[in-house]
Design a protein around this ligand. Sequence first.
Ligand code: PBG
Length: 322
Amino acid sequence: MELIKRPRRLRKSAAIRNMVRETKLTVDDLIHPIFVVEGVEIKKEISSLKDVYHLSVDMLEQEVNEIQDLGINAVLVFGVPDSKDSLGSSAYDKEGIVQRAVRAIKAAAPDICVITDVCMCQYTDHGHCGIINFDEEVDNDTTLKYLSEIAVSHARAGADIVAPSDMMDGRIGAMRTGLDKNGFKDVSIMSYAVKYASSFYGPFRAAADSSPGFGDRKTYQMDIHNRAEALREAALDVEEGADFLMVKPALSYLDVVREVKDNFDLPLAVYNVSGEYAMIRNAVDNGIMDESVIYEMTMSMKRAGADLIITYFARYLAEKLK
Ligand code: PBG
């Protein structure tokens, strides 16, 4: 039989493969997470996340200079505070860990884009992402006031983008109003719009000391069985004024990433979360898979429609892309 159509023609050489490549990963796509702790001169590897560090505020200058030298545009800041209480009050304290970290980063590297994670679970003594009422439920509407206050305090410290990861209803609208009222009309909101109640966050919770003290997060984070619900969540956040959408986790939810990308035109971020990182990192470190799987996994997210990728491999990938 005479074959006319031969897809292999377009794979014949590296040059042709490059010419017909549909998706590319660049350093502009990467967002580098940073965990900030109290103390001085601390740079301590996180036991659940190899090659990821707890850094004290004084160590951030060196960190962001290195990140900038690699060509990475943005960092996502997480605070790991020493003191916690029922209202998570250190989350909106002017002298809180994130607020000091943002000021230090901006002083060291004014051009780097600083994104802050807005949530309460690292700051509350019960470890939930909001205010707990008498029924031991996370009270949605009370929590909104606190989230808005946290976002405003991050903006006041110099954050360019605030990224709420709590999954309360109405939080984007509440934060937009709070930011605008306080003169921060130009601060963007990157919404963790589609965030599932996932076991892939395990290593992060160990790193951030943010596991819930009782129960789980299933009354606010999304049910892993659902897809249509992701579109409803994203639509609400768009209506309320989000500037970016996010799907989290990434790797096990690439179907959802594609669906959100096809239905909304905002820039779309994915969070390649701690459990996904640990899984690949361990396999590579133990010689079970070749390290090229790191790039391959990241490419799958781009192919699925991600514009931006928050990843603990940001440094590694930036070095590879150089
Ligand atoms: C805080 C928050 C979490 C992550 C990012 N922000 C944990 C959670 O929701 O329990 C997870 C990130 C990761 O696993 O890398 N709400």
